[in-house]
Design a protein around this ligand. Structure first.
Ligand code: NAP
Length: 245
């Protein structure tokens, strides 16, 4: 695969990029800290990524960086057949209720700008007759829930957008994979109490790569979260109002 990867510097993105490098995929890294990206690129090259692992500046907070970053990936790789987006941010519900700037930032990065980036990627992939677009959403978007009212709303919107893309462009060769992780132990969740079924980034990387290879439209990871969320989706509203989940 020839992959443009936004978010490979940390957490699940880092684990997924490392797994891709180990099997010899070609990678080009997009992100906001070029020194950090170059360190990640060297690590991926050591692990076995094919060819040079290039980098380009891309800040999810700044839409003007999206098209140039994808163009740099295409110029370096010759052809980009896969775009992966693991970049995103999280903030707790109380902070987001209190702080309208934090709220604006989270909704902009995790919803509006992630979609703007995906639109640039969609156009680029369709121009070459299709390809794979894999984007990290969350189980938090499956149901309105007290601890993640705002983060969950952003991820719900993102998941619906990705589902719509899959319906509209599948016949033109676009394969969209929406990743719905449960609680995963990364920097993003450091300091939070891990619930039962908390996962590790390496397990996510294994599940996601399998899903991309198969062209699966949705992957829950760890897989148990598919069943947890099935139950949650069908819980009556009166129960959801009472419980803290
Ligand atoms: N961890 C969980 O339990 C969990 C559960 C469900 C869904 N998710 C979702 O899964 C994805 C990955 O989460 P993670 O836990 O692996 O997070 P993480 O370890 O915090 O890594 C987040 C990544 O996003 C990048 N990023 C953040 N802000 C950016 C910006 N403005 N521009 C460009 N890149 C930016 C970071 O790059 P820098 O190196 O520049 O900071 C980093 O590579 C996110 O979308 C998250 O919402 C996470």
């Amino acid at each position: 695969m020839n992959v443009a990867f936004l978010g490979a510097s940390k957490g699940m993105g880092r684990a997924l990029a490392r797994r891709m490098a180990e099997r010899g995929d070609r990678l080009f890294l997009l992100g906001r800290d070029l020194d950090d990206l170059r360190r990640s690129a060297a690590d991926l090259a050591n692990l076995g990524a094919t060819g040079e692992v290039g980098v380009a500046h891309c800040d999810l907070g700044d839409r003007s960086t999206f098209a140039p970053a994808l163009a740099a990936a295409r110029a370096a790789l010759g052809d980009v057949d896969t775009v992966i987006v693991t970049a995103g941010i999280y903030a707790g519900q109380e902070e987001l209720e209190r702080d309208s700037e934090a709220r604006e930032r989270l909704l902009t990065l995790d919803f509006t700008n992630t979609i703007q980036f995906c639109e640039e990627a969609r156009v680029m992939l369709l121009q070459r007759g299709g390809g794979r677009l894999c984007v990290f959403s969350s189980v938090a978007g499956e149901r309105g829930r007290k601890p993640v009212v705002l983060y969950g709303a952003a991820k719900a919107g993102l998941s619906y957008y990705l589902e719509g893309l899959d319906h509209k462009f599948h016949a033109q060769g676009l394969r969209v994979t929406t990743v719905k992780p449960g609680f995963i132990k990364t920097g993003m969740t450091a300091g939070l109490d891990p619930p039962p079924f908390a996962g590790e980034p390496e397990g996510v990387a294994r599940d996601v790569l399998k899903a991309i290879d198969r062209g699966s439209p949705v992957v829950y990871t760890p897989g148990i979260w598919r069943w947890v969320m099935l139950v949650i989706r069908y819980l009556p509203r009166a129960v959801m109002r009472r419980i803290g989940f």
